[in-house]
Design a protein around this ligand. Structure first.
Ligand code: NAD
Length: 250
């Protein structure tokens, strides 16, 4: 158990990668605060962990509202005594060709996928510094921080920003012993890729992986848990590809 005694927050913990990671963190011995706008599904994640003798709490949180993210961090500390790992993972997609992608679509995606990550970095780092915790902040980027794909220009903007915010935060937080890194998943079979399924390109996406299939959320969760542990202490400021070779495949 690599995360015994650690206190973790997982945003987007009601579904997909976030849910799988919350469950994995708990299996590795951590106390896990599950945060999401989806209260019903978020509670199910926390209850699942509790049923398996883990420690978990659901906190309804909209990551696009800084005060809510700050309150989430405070609740984690008040409930479990510290904050060691912040996983800024909540995200949405809007799938439309560029010429139909409205400014409202762009704003909505950037608000969750970019501002949500920025708010998570800021609130967690401020609290870790206040408590003197050499914590770890992990952000969910995407292979689409590096590669173009059709129909998701706002998503590209936000994930590219996550990559650079991760590097900039690692640079400035290093003096406090805080690591900041990101993951770049390829195609993972979760509700967020429904838009690709609707556009009829999910199968093509699956074939772009070295093993020709979409990944499962658990594949990503296993890597996040490793990155959050002391075993990965040498990794900082990097965006770790978690994509079965998707970004290497032409
Ligand atoms: N599935 C993929 O192929 C893939 C690939 C690369 C990156 N990602 C990224 O992984 C992350 C998790 O996505 P997923 O695949 O698990 O999708 P998902 O749809 O299963 O989970 C996303 C979660 O984020 C939550 N969420 C949305 N807006 C929120 C808000 N304002 N505040 C709090 N929570 C909010 C949703 O309710 C949902 O529970 C996202 O950042 C996504 O961009 C996914």
């Amino acid at each position: 158990m690599n995360l015994t005694g650690k206190v973790c927050i997982v945003t987007g913990g009601a579904s997909g990668i976030g849910r799988a990671t919350a469950i994995k963190f708990a299996a590795e011995g951590a106390s896990v605060v599950v945060a999401d706008v989806n209260e019903a599904e978020g509670r199910i994640t926390a209850e699942d962990i509790q049923r398996n003798s883990g420690r978990s709490l659901f906190v309804k949180t909209d990551v696009t509202v800084y005060n809510e993210v700050e309150q989430l961090v405070q609740t984690a500390v008040d409930t479990f005594g510290s904050l060691d790992i912040m996983f800024n993972n909540a995200g949405i997609g809007r799938y439309k060709p560029l010429l139909d992608h409205s400014p409202e679509d762009f704003d909505a995606v950037v608000k969750v996928n970019q501002y949500g990550v920025y708010y998570g970095i800021l609130a967690a780092a401020r609290k870790m510094r206040e408590l003197g915790t050499a914590g770890t902040i992990i952000n969910t980027a995407s292979v689409f921080a590096f590669m173009a794909s059709p129909g998701v220009i706002g998503y590209h903007a936000a994930k590219g920003a996550v990559k650079m915010m991760t590097q900039a935060a690692a640079l400035e937080l290093g003096e406090f012993g805080i690591r900041c890194l990101a993951i770049a998943p390829g195609g993972v079979d979760t509700p967020i890729i429904q838009g690709y399924k609707d556009m009829g390109i999910a199968d093509k996406m699956a074939r772009q992986h070295m093993r020709k299939q979409l990944q499962k959320p658990e594949h990503i969760a296993n890597v996040v848990a490793l990155l959050a542990s002391k075993e990965a202490d040498a990794i900082n400021g990097s965006v770790v590809m978690v994509d079965d070779g998707f970004a290497e495949f032409k």
